[in-house]
Design a protein around this ligand. Structure first.
Ligand code: DGY
Length: 330
């Protein structure tokens, strides 16, 4: 490394203009392009680096965060459950995410899953390709209406609100559950009503999950919650896999406790529970809710700018633990 160029480790490829922004300010060390790196490989890669651009499949643990000289970890995701932020703060390492820019793209995708699962689009595609379509039939692949139905949003942050706005266009009644109530003005503007989780689950035709993964939200939706849902209900998850108990979901889908599901995220990515793979009434996507060309490029840019600002000693725009500036390095 040249004396004054900080080292930035990039754990997985990112999109332009991210690499250009990083290369202008740092010496970039890219890890081999593979789906997942072990915690040990990441710790080793961090040695000597001032910054790391990480992704949601990278476990960023306390040992890594205690690497001498490491200043900033810039995650290319809005979620940051892969990073031990408490430990980062203890060690004076800034942690950043990419909020705001992926809300519409993710809300679009949640809505796409909702429509696809409710109207059995995955099954319909497989049916047609298999040659089974022998003519129109009154009872062929009957699904459930989206228009005029009730949508329950579990979590009412930026993405949940984006889904609520889309639902309005379909004339849906929208319930939401969240520890933080929206303001009365926001509720009015979006036409939504707050409900506790049990009521939301029992009244909704579509339930879409938009909470981060925390100790409290792990398996938030499990057997007891499926028991509350309508047999015609559809569950959508674009947040994090472990929020839903996958074994309980597979059982609920198999036994008709609920009608269908649309999933973009899984408990142990990239593994998909084999019980889900056997079912016709679940649409399975490979964690692509934010995968539009524009959004992924903006996420890459935001993460690169967060890193460069941090390694230069500034306060990155999307820092999650600003308290690092008020404490001595651990
Ligand atoms: C995130 O940003 O947390 C998504 O899961 C990937 O875009």
């Amino acid at each position: 490394m040249s004396a004054d160029r900080p080292i930035a480790v990039v754990t997985h490829p990112i999109l332009e203009p991210g690499p250009t922004i990083l290369a202008e300010a740092c010496e970039v060390r890219s890890l081999p392009d593979q789906a997942k790196h072990s915690a040990e490989a990441l710790r080793k890669a961090a040695e000597g680096a001032q910054g790391m651009v990480t992704q949601l499949m990278d476990p960023v643990d306390e040992e890594l965060l205690s690497t001498p000289g490491l200043k900033v970890v810039a995650n290319v995701a809005v979620g940051f459950d892969n990073i031990d932020v408490v430990a980062a703060t203890r060690h004076g390492v800034m942690v950043c995410n990419t909020p705001g820019i992926l809300d519409d793209t993710t809300a679009d995708f949640a809505f796409a899953l909702l429509m696809a699962a409710g109207r059995r689009l995955g099954e319909a595609d497989r049916f047609t390709r298999s040659g089974a379509f022998n003519g129109w039939a009154i009872d062929m692949l009957l699904g459930h209406d989206i228009a005029q139905s009730t949508l329950g949003l579990v979590g009412f942050g930026r993405i949940g609100r984006g889904v609520a706005r889309r639902a309005r266009g379909f004339g849906m009644r929208v319930l939401y559950s969240d520890e933080m109530p929206a303001t009365p003005e926001a509720e009015r503007e979006m036409g939504v009503t707050r409900a506790d989780l049990d009521r939301l689950l029992s009244e909704s035709d579509f339930v879409s999950i938009h909470v981060p993964l925390t100790a409290t939200t792990r398996h938030l939706i499990s057997t007891a919650q499926f028991a509350l849902m309508k047999p015609t209900a559809v569950l959508i998850n674009t947040s994090r896999g472990p929020v839903v108990d996958e074994a309980a979901l597979a059982e609920a889908l198999r036994t008709g406790k609920i009608f269908a599901a649309g999933l973009d995220v899984y408990e142990e990515e990239p593994k998909v529970n084999p019980a889900l793979l056997k079912l016709e009434n679940v649409i399975l996507a490979p964690h692509i809710a934010s995968a539009s060309v524009r959004t992924r490029s903006q996420m890459s840019e935001m993460a690169a700018r967060n890193l460069v600002t941090g390694v230069r000693g500034g306060r990155p725009p999307n820092i999650l633990n600003p308290e690092v500036f008020n404490q001595p390095r651990g």
